[in-house]
Design a protein around this ligand. Structure first.
Ligand code: IMP
Length: 422
């Protein structure tokens, strides 16, 4: 399968967990290279549902090695909870996980700052997951962050943490929030450190050696293209590079070692949190929420829903260099009579072929739709493209054509069996 980067082509929640799990069969190693426990990847195996936040979804296949790369921000206490949760479901993690020694840490003061900044922004809030992701990446860029290698050295850790707690408490108190307690954090983090110690390694060297040995690596993206810090709908984005380039910087694997880019997208659009969403539709939201679908895996929030936006996904193909597409949640549209696909943005009398950079302009864009008849029958038992109704085949071919990438996987339900390759 060679080295594959998998990215979300929309605003996250594209069903990546399931496609990653599917592609993992052919991979030896699965790598997470950005984001933190703001992500929530859901995989259903038999009767059991697993929601992973920091650990790569590959962990559900015992013989695969999972790597949390340098580009991820880690809350060590949350990571230990996730390991415990997997063990309770019979998926104990041992020598199948590696954690980069230079990944940055997320602290309680990051979460509090995240919350306070959202309050300060008022109606302009981003709608973050409140997991402290922005402030943690902010510390990394400001060169005051603490890393896993610090956590592995209790004295060094305590000394650096004391300084950070002192500074952050001043900021928190100025914002009217409660201060955090150094001793409580130190104790909780050093306890987590001992659980994590066996997994900590120089993952750059590990991945380099694996590539030399001809291993296949899958880089699993978290969030989606339009939440990318550089290329997304800034400032309504997350704080990492969710696009294909992030897989290189966040793992230390050079670009010329990557062989293909896989884009995952839903058959419609969703977005959680605030920010522009040109093809948002109350009709699509009501339909999907009415089916009990589209509630967030991490925060439980109802996702905003809309028609498929080909302007956005075509731009995602451009930024990520998407070669192949996986389309998920096709079955979500099973009851729709007339389907709409957004093919252009109308802005000040002109049709824009790509999304404008400025978020205020994007907010004013009117979607230009083309329409297609729905299939109005269940697709959830389809085992191949040929078994799909003709209208569903036409719809999939059209969205792939507009996205300018090759359709190669379709998913029609949450289980592993409801996935087929073209
Ligand atoms: P943050 O990553 O918690 O700072 O949130 C920033 C924006 O990214 C918010 O709109 C979140 O709803 C969104 N976001 C973060 N992680 C995810 C995800 O895994 N899926 C979908 N949206 C996400």
């Amino acid at each position: 399968m060679a080295n594959t980067i998998l990215v979300g082509a929309q605003w996250g929640d594209e069903g990546k967990g399931k496609i990653i799990d599917f592609l993992t069969e052919d991979a030896d190693i699965v790598v997470r290279s950005q984001g933190g426990n703001n992500a929530g990847h859901t995989v259903v195996l038999g009767e059991t549902k697993y929601v992973l936040h920091l650990i790569p979804s590959g962990i559900l296949r015992r013989e695969k090695i999972c790597v949390i790369g340098n580009g991820v921000v880690i809350d060590p206490v949350a990571l230990v909870q996730e390991l415990d949760g997997l063990a309770e479901k019979g998926m104990a993690v041992s020598d199948n996980l590696l954690i980069s020694d230079c990944a940055h840490l997320v602290f309680p003061y990051h979460r509090l700052l995240d919350e306070q900044r959202e309050i300060l922004k008022g109606k302009n809030k981003i709608g973050t997951t409140k997991r402290g992701i922005g402030p943690a990446y902010g510390d990394k860029a400001a060169r005051v962050g603490l890393r896993i290698c610090d956590l592995m050295q209790p004295e060094v850790f305590a000394e650096k943490l004391a300084l950070r707690v002192e500074e952050n408490n001043q900021v928190l108190q100025a914002l009217g929030a409660e201060p955090v307690h150094f001793e409580e954090i130190r104790e909780a983090y050093l306890t987590a450190a001992e659980r994590l110690r066996p997994f900590v390694a120089n993952t750059v060297v590990y991945l380099h050696n694996a590539i030399q040995a001809g291993k296949n690596i899958l880089f699993e993206g978290a969030q989606g293209t339009f939440l990318d810090l550089d290329h997304g709908t800034y400032p309504y984005v997350t704080s990492s590079n969710t696009t294909a380039g992030g897989a290189c910087t966040g793992s230390g694997v050079p670009p010329h070692r990557m062989d293909r880019v896989f884009g995952v997208m839903k058959a419609y659009m969703t977005r959680v949190g605030e920010g522009p969403f040109p093809s948002e539709s109350a009709e699509v939201s009501d339909l999907l929420h009415g089916m009990g679908r589209e509630y967030g895996a991490t925060t439980g929030r109802a996702r905003r829903c809309g028609w498929f936006d080909a302007v956005a996904t075509r731009y995602a193909t451009m930024i990520n260099g998407i070669d192949e597409l996986a389309v998920t949640n096709l079955d979500g549209l099973d009851t729709v009579e007339i389907l709409h696909i957004c093919c252009g943005y109308l802005y000040q009398g002109k049709i824009l072929p790509v999304p404008p950079t400025d978020v205020f302009q994007l907010e004013k864009c009117e979607p230009v739709y083309e329409s297609m008849p729905g299939w109005k029958t269940s697709t959830e038992n389809a085992q191949s493209f040929a078994e799909l109704p003709a209208e569903a085949q036409n719809y999939l071919n059209r969205i792939a054509e507009l996205t300018e990438a090759r359709l190669s996987i379709v998913s029609v339900g949450p289980s592993r069996a409801q996935t087929f390759v073209l």
